[in-house]
Design a protein around this ligand. Structure first.
Ligand code: NAD
Ligand code: UFG
Length: 341
């Protein structure tokens, strides 16, 4: 790899969304430098990315809160922009360990932004979340709606957004796209990379695939008495490859604009828990036994994006439907029953 080509520094690139984004960046012709401490991922993901892309990923292994490590990463190639995925993301754990979450997710971003300043990097794409909206006051969610996260994890995303907005206000050359993801699921169609939860999955889709492969007996559906069309929770599931492509378009947007902009990345369509189970069964011909149990604390009934701003600013829209998400996620689970290990 030519070390003098401009490159994108990607934090958390070995993770679920990061690994899929690395593939799309490499396919689009970017060079990449990945900084990851593997606290929730495996280096094997990066080897798989290289296999899919047929190109090398430059690695600087370690924590983004380590100043000298970051300086090493920024010196590995001329960095033109940063995509910042690295964060802890388990909602329940964030309630139990708020200090760790603020330290990693907010402290980490502050260290990274200092390093950007030292290196003169002005373009920044941030992994935010639909969780910043809290309980939706109106659907679909538009970016100007009130922000009121319901847990420490969501609060760290909001604090980061406020910090990035203030930074842009102080430096007219800064350009930040804060991408508010809805619910990424599925996997790369190669089946080589995908989501690899360490313990019992907190999220619906990896739980479904683990039931389908026989690792878990049945899915617990958290509540059938929500004010939704079938009583189960509704979310805006987005194929992780569509989400990854959204980052490539956001990078291009940052190159032609300045200032802070939050942008929803979703499909604009809601799918209930039972609809997702049915779509999965149809796409894979595997049964997914389930039982209805009580609501999960902190859940909301329904959440889906107004994806209009992404179309207007980025010329991006999600094109893969729920069946494709299920088929691709299942290919990954079948080919890698124990994830990367
Ligand atoms: P992930 O856990 O798979 O990936 C995060 C990566 O960051 C991991 O590889 C982890 O090892 C790394 N990391 C964490 N802290 C680090 C640190 N201090 N230094 C270096 N590396 C560190 O998570 P993901 O699902 O790929 O999510 C990526 C980003 O998107 C996160 O910021 C997450 O909060 C956000 N997000 C995810 C979802 C989702 O449902 N997956 C939804 C909304 C937002
Ligand atoms: N659900 C079940 N059973 C399960 C898991 C989930 O019925 O075993 C239900 C939930 O109650 C909810 C829906 O499936 O109705 C989706 O739940 P997820 O946990 O998959 O997703 P959430 O929307 O609750 O949360 C996710 C991430 C958050 C992120 C949010 C918005 O976990 O970190 O999406 O991006 F903030």
């Amino acid at each position: 790899m030519n070390s003098r080509l401009p490159a994108i520094l990607v934090t958390g690139g070995a993770g679920y969304v990061g690994s899929h984004t690395l593939v799309e960046l490499l396919a689009a012709g970017y060079d990449v430098v990945c900084v990851d401490n593997f606290s929730n991922s495996s280096p094997e993901a990066l080897r798989r990315v290289e296999r899919i892309a047929g190109r090398a990923v430059r690695r600087v292994d370690g924590d983004i809160r380590d100043r000298s490590l970051l300086d090493l990463a920024f010196a590995a190639a001329p960095i033109e922009a940063v995509i910042h995925f690295a964060a802890l993301k388990a909602v329940g754990e964030s309630v139990l360990r708020p200090l760790d979450y603020y330290d990693n997710n907010v402290g980490g971003t502050i260290c990274l932004l200092h390093a950007c300043r030292r290196a003169g990097v002005k373009r920044f794409v941030f992994s935010s979340s639909a969780t910043v909206y809290g309980i939706p006051q109106k659907l679909p969610l538009t970016e100007d709606m009130p922000l009121a996260p319901l847990n420490p994890y969501g609060a760290t995303k909001l604090v980061n957004e406020l910090l990035l907005r203030d930074l842009c206000a102080s430096d007219p050359a800064m350009s930040v796209a804060s991408l508010r993801y809805f619910n990424p699921i599925g996997a790369h169609p190669s089946g080589l990379i995908g989501e690899d939860p360490r313990d019992i999955p907190n999220n619906l889709f990896p739980f479904i695939t683990q039931v389908a492969i026989g690792k878990r007996e049945r899915l617990s559906v958290f509540g059938s008495d929500w004010p939704t069309r079938d009583g189960t929770g509704v979310r805006d599931y987005i194929h992780v490859v569509d989400l990854a492509l959204g980052h490539v378009t956001a990078l291009r947007y940052c190159a032609r604009s300045t200032g802070f902009v939050p942008i929803n990345l979703g499909t604009g369509r809601g799918t209930s828990v039972l609809e997702l189970v049915k779509a999965f069964e149809e796409a894979t011909a595997r049964p997914v036994p389930y039982q209805i149990v009580g609501r999960r604390s902190g859940d909301i009934a329904e959440c889906y994006a107004d994806a209009g701003l992404a179309l207007r600013l980025l010329q991006w829209r999600a094109t893969r439907d729920v069946k494709e998400m299920c088929a691709d996620g299942w290919r990954w689970q079948q080919g890698n029953p124990s994830g990367y290990s």
